[in-house]
Design a protein around this ligand. Structure first.
Ligand SMILES: [Zn+2]
Length: 316
């Protein structure tokens, strides 16, 4: 099959030129092969938000290690198609992590699960995400809302969830109760994950840190950037993926839900992250990259890139 590999350009300032050149060289050498064939890489499956006119899949990321797609973070609409285009297989995943259950982060979940029905997955699939409240289901509720045997919308696939039903592997959903101090979640071999609660209006939401083969990758998820948790979680991360959902100067509900570029830049600087990727790009931020970059540059000087679907970021 053909692999789409979009070229990735980082802009840099104030960094020693040599480290910039090394980082760019690693990106271009990786572009000739599938993402993460050697070492650790993050592939952006969905770089957009809820809109469709942006022609981007909604939020979703893969963490690759040595040719294995080991962690999936979120599964917004369109991400299942991108998952197939990436060459990943559901049987490879060690864990699926959710930041929250807005549609643009979770809409393709049943599509991915049903696709695995036709694959060769045998081992359980752990699924970790936030707890619920009056507005949103918990992770365990979310999975059973689709696949529970009594009331699940797709209860014809309940053998993927219900203990005792035979015929397939099982999903194993977990609710992660976190606050501003990182709490450990899934762990297996050279892979461990931890989360903090982040503020995203009234929606229970997590940011995730993934440590894999000695590399540290942090995903902000959707958040307005309030509180200390995200800086703690992202401290010294090799790669920080932050969501660029609103432009500088946003007010009202947009600002209560999302962090503007100045806040992203401050968090990246405070946490001393080594590389910054901006994703969850929306019509209100697309075309404003220069302004976004200059706001971030007032605070953070490290390599910075704007994500597109299927971009591959090797983590050196
Ligand atoms: Zn979102």
């Amino acid at each position: 099959m053909s692999q789409r590999q979009n070229s990735v350009t980082f802009s840099t300032s104030l960094l020693p030129l040599v480290s910039v050149l090394l980082f760019c060289a690693s990106l271009s050498s990786a572009a000739a092969q599938s993402c993460g064939a050697h070492g650790v890489a993050v592939q952006v499956l969905g770089s957009g938000g809820p809109e469709l006119a942006d022609k981007r899949a909604s939020s979703s990321y893969l963490v690759w290690e040595n040719g294995q797609a080991r962690v999936l973070i979120d599964a917004g609409g369109g991400s299942a198609l991108r998952f197939g285009e990436s060459g990943a297989q559901m049987s490879q995943l060690d864990v699926l992590l959710f930041t929250h259950f807005h549609v643009d982060h979770s809409g393709d979940f049943p599509t991915l699960i049903f696709s695995s029905w036709f694959g060769d997955r045998k081992r359980p699939l752990p699924i970790y995400g936030p707890p619920g409240n009056d507005f949103m289901p918990s992770t365990t509720e979310f999975v059973s809302d689709f696949f529970g045997d009594k009331h699940g919308a797709y209860r014809y696939l309940s053998e993927l969830l219900v203990p005792g039903e035979e015929g397939s592997y099982k999903m194993e959903p977990h609710n992660v109760i976190a606050d501003a101090t990182p709490v450990p979640a899934f762990r297996s071999g050279n892979l461990s994950t931890s989360a903090v609660r982040v503020i995203h209006g009234a929606v229970p939401a997590l940011a995730w840190r993934i440590e894999i083969a000695g590399k540290d990758i942090v995903f902000s998820g959707d958040t307005n950037g309030e509180g200390e948790g995200l800086v703690r979680l992202a401290m010294n991360a090799d790669l920080f993926v932050a969501h660029n959902a609103v432009p500088e100067g946003a007010t009202g509900i947009e600002r209560r839900l999302h962090m503007p570029p100045s806040v992203i830049g401050q968090i990246a600087a405070d946490a001393k992250v080594k590389n910054l990727v901006l994703s969850h790009r929306m019509l209100r931020t697309l075309g404003k990259e220069d302004q976004t970059q200059s706001e971030i540059r007032k605070r953070y000087a490290g390599p910075l890139a704007f994500a597109n679907d299927l971009d591959c970021f090797p983590v050196k």
